[in-house]
Design a protein around this ligand. Sequence first.
Ligand code: NDP
Length: 242
Amino acid sequence: MSNSDSRVAVITGASSGIGAATARALAADGYRVALLARRVDRIKALADELGDGSIAIPADVTDRESMVAAAERVKAELGRVDVLVNNAGVMLLGPFETGQRDDYRAMVEVNLLGSITATEVFLDQLKDGGGDLVNISSVAGRTARAGNAVYAATKWGTNGWSESLRQELLPDVRVTVIEPGVVDTELPQHITHEATREAVQQGYDVATVKPEEVAEIIAFVLARPRHLVINEILLRPATQLG
Ligand code: NDP
């Protein structure tokens, strides 16, 4: 049961997939959760479902003003931040040579700069009393492949940025990078390059892990005693090769 003393988790991209599943898992562990995303109907419905101090905050991680407003709302309505999950992301894959400049920019602005902005605006609250920063990277943050150049760049960037922050913020803030393989979410549906979308979707049809399984891992990481931190977790469907 949540109350005004219970811990608070802020989750970006909480309107679907891994973010929504993480919100449910952390709420089940007694957290009050602040659900950030652009699709307001979805986060409001999820906040209603979770009840007990969970709030929906319309926010775009590419818009610093909306993130500053989100941080102010969390402070005013929930009073503390114990966990920030930088989960919002887009995976607009395609051959680099097709020149999808809007897609490249969106991936950098959401996946990399969006996480940086969210961390920057929530950091004071996160450091106050000891917090956890969870950055959702990807297998693509460890393995670059033809066709995922800019997506991989954002996730490799996430990993490098996270390691630097880990050193800078310890022991006040524990930093964890989660690197999932193929997870059953709507992520590939937004790919604009049609042939790539179909090929990637076929891979998703073969084998995935469930977003709830990633969420369980995040909840496990956060439940470790404060003297211990799990800095990095790489997970895949057991049949996924690369
Ligand atoms: P989803 O598409 O289900 O979720 C993506 C989330 O990001 C949505 O809630 C979306 O909310 C949010 N989002 C996108 N753009 C913005 C923005 N500008 N501002 C705020 N929120 C935004 O996919 P997943 O759950 O799979 O993705 C979550 C994370 O997991 C991503 O970082 C992704 O790269 C990573 N990941 C996913 C894998 C997979 O196979 N599914 C594998 C490895 C990593 P809204 O549109 O409402 O704003």
